[in-house]
Write a protein that binds this ligand. Structure first.
Ligand SMILES: C[S@@+](CC[C@H](N)C(=O)[O-])C[C@H]1O[C@@H](n2cnc3c(N)ncnc32)[C@H](O)[C@@H]1O
Length: 177
């Protein structure tokens, strides 16, 4: 079953969060999500840097900004997405990954600053990736891998201009167009 995965980033402050939100976006794209929705300050530079990667290395992948997290999450729920909120306080991913991966449409919610209590209630799952505080980038990467069972390694990116030839030493890249 091909999954439709969206990542929802709760909170983005321009400049301060540039690097982490860019990395969340790049991880989302590389590991099989089709879109990242960011609730926070619209950041044209961040979007442009991720869009440039998608143009060169392929897609599809979109970066969108929204103002109202609740409206957006309820909209996604209505469209049939199950909401998986990543938090160190949640149920353990090892206990829930099988159940979650049965769904086709999945929205993974990651925080930045403190997430409002309501997010825990709106979400279908609150999931922890270890019971230790760490990073949304790491939690996201591990979750994308667990719910796709490694299938993200076989993604064929469309309209790529470049492709890497894996090499033992050095960098080998071919131009496709
Ligand atoms: C750097 S943490 C900040 C947490 C914030 N200080 C708070 O009190 O909620 C940012 C995000 O990383 C993710 N995260 C961090 N550790 C996690 C863990 N062990 N399991 C799942 N997600 C985690 C969560 O999505 C969290 O909202």
């Amino acid at each position: 079953m091909t999954k439709e995965i969206i990542v929802f980033r709760y909170g983005h402050r321009e400049i301060r969060d540039y690097r982490v939100t860019s990395h969340c976006s790049l991880v989302s794209r590389a590991l099989g999500a089709k879109k990242i929705i960011i609730c926070g300050e619209p950041d044209k530079n961040m979007k442009k840097s991720v869009d440039d990667v998608t143009q060169r290395w392929g897609g599809p992948f979109k970066v969108e900004f929204v103002k109202d997290w609740k409206e957006e999450l309820l909209k996604l729920k209505k469209k049939g997405y199950i909401l998986v909120h990543l938090t160190m306080y949640g149920e353990e991913i090892l206990q829930k990954e099988e159940e979650i991966s049965k769904n086709k449409k999945i929205c993974i919610i990651i925080g930045s600053q403190k997430v409002e209590k309501e997010v825990y209630h709106i979400s279908n799952y609150n999931i922890s990736v270890t019971k230790q505080p760490h990073s949304e980038i790491a939690a996201l990467a591990i979750t994308l891998d667990r719910i796709q069972k490694g299938n993200e390694f076989n993604i064929q990116f469309k309209n790529a201009k470049k492709q890497i030839i894996p090499s033992k030493i050095g960098k080998q890249v071919i131009d496709l167009k």
